[in-house]
Design a protein around this ligand. Sequence first.
Ligand code: ADP
Ligand code: MG
Length: 479
Amino acid sequence: MNALPLPLEHNLQPDLQPALDAWNACLHLIQEHVSSLSFKTWFQPITPTKLDGASLTVRVPSQFFYDWLEEHYNPLLQSTLVTVLGHEAKLFYVVEAEDSSTIALQTSLFDQDSAKPTAQKEFAPHVSLRSELLPAVQHNLNPRYTFENFIKGDCNQLARAAALAVANNPGGTSFNPLVIYAGTGLGKTHLMHALGNHALASGKAKRAAYVSSEKFTIDFVDAIQSDTVNDFSQYYRSMDLLVVDDIQFFSGKEKTQDNFFHTFNTLYQAGKQIVLSSDVPPKELKGLDERLISRFQCGLTADIQPPDLETRIAILQKKSEDNNLELSPHITDFIAANVTTNIRELEGCLISLLARASLENREINLDLAKDVLRVVVSEVRTPLTIEKIQHSVCEHFNIPEDLLRAKTRKQEIVEARQAAMYLAKELTSSSLKTIGLHFGGRDHSTVIHAYQTIEDRMRIDSSFKQQIVQLRRLLESLK
Ligand code: ADP
Ligand code: MG
C-alpha cells in the first residue's frame, strides 16, 4: 500500500525530508489557529529547506513577508515549533532579497533580545518568489500630472522642491512623511501624482500607489465585510511609495485610522516613503487620533499658498498653450486679475472661454472673457497694473512718468518713485523683483527700502499719509 501523500508536495532532495516532515507537522497545528485565508497567504508560501537538530530553516519570499510573520505570528510560530521540535527549537528564515541576492535571518525562539534578525549569507539556493507573491499594484497615478506641467511659483516653491526631492529618492530623505497642505484647487493632487509618476518612471520606486483617503476607507470597510483585511493591509504595506490624498477625510473613522496607523508604521520602519495631503496643517486636523497626527509631523510639512498674479498668468499661458490657444496678454492679465484664489477655477475659465468661443462661434477677445467671467466671479475687475499705479502717482505728484524709471535722485522724484513702489507692493501681487524691474531695473532691496521709508513717513507725517491713503483709494476704485 502506498504511503499517504504529504500535505505539501515539494520537489526536494531526500535529505530535506526531515525538514519537510517537521514543517508539515507545524502546518497542521498552525492551520487550527488562523483563518484559511491567512493560512494560504502567510504559511503556504513558506518552504522548509533544512532541519539541523532542532533548528528548522524556512524560506520566505520577501523581507516584507518576514516582517509580517514576525509582527503577527511570532508567538504562534514559537509555540508550534516548541510543540513539534521541543524546547531547543530554533527557526531560521531565508529571505529572497529585492536585489536578488539571498539573505538569511535568524529568529531565536526564546530570546526576545535576539529577535532582531541577523544576516547569514551562507544559506540558501536562490529562488525569486517575490513578484509572484506580492499582490499586483494598481498605482492609480494619472499620467497627465507631471512636474513638467506643474508651474513653479513663490506660492508652491517649497512643496514642489520637496516633492521633487522625494520623487528622486523615496524613503531616502528626511522628508518622510511628506505632508502637503493647501486649500482646494491649489495643486496638491497634481503634485502628488507628479511625484508618484516620476518615482515610478525613474525606477526609484518599484511599487507605488496613489489612493484618496476616501477610497482607502471604502476599501477597508469592504475588506472587513469580506474578511480580507489581511490582504488589504498587505497590499498597502508592500509599497515602496504610498501616496494618500486628502487625509482630512479620515476624520472620525477610527477603525480606518487604526489600520492606517499600522500601515504607516510598517512602511516608515521599513524606510518606505509616505506622502500625504491635507487641507489644513496636520496639527489642525480635527477628529484624527493624536498618535497619527504626531506621526504626520515627523517628516516635512509644506504648504501651497494661493498663486500670486505672476504665477496665475504663467499658469494661464501654459494651459492655453496646451490647448493650442493663443491668448493675448490682455486676456490672460484680465482673467488672472479676477480669478485669484484657485487654480482649478482659473482652468475652468479657460475651458469656458474655449467652449463659448466655439459654440457661439465668437472670437476670443476681452469682451468674451468678460462675459465668461461674469458667470464665475461676482464683480469683474480689470487688473491693476504697476503701469497704472505709476500713471496715477505721477499725475498726483505732477511729474513726468519716465523719471520714475530714470536714475535721477531729485527729492520730489525719489518721493514719487517710492510712493509708487509702496503702492505697487500693497495693491498688486507682483514680487519685489518685478516691481524693481518696472522702475528702471532697480534691485528688490531698493523696493524694500522704499516701502519702509513710506511706512515710516506715514507714521510721523499725517498730511503725507493722507495723500497716500487718497491715492490708494483712487487706485482701488480703478481695479
Ligand atoms: P487640489 O488637490 O489642491 O484641490 P489639484 O491638484 O486638483 O488641486 O489642482 C487643480 C487643478 O489645477 C488641476 O487641474 C491642476 O493640474 C491645476 N494646477 C494646480 N496647480 C498647478 C500648477 N502649479 N501648475 C499647473 N497646473 C496646476
Ligand atoms: Mg485634490
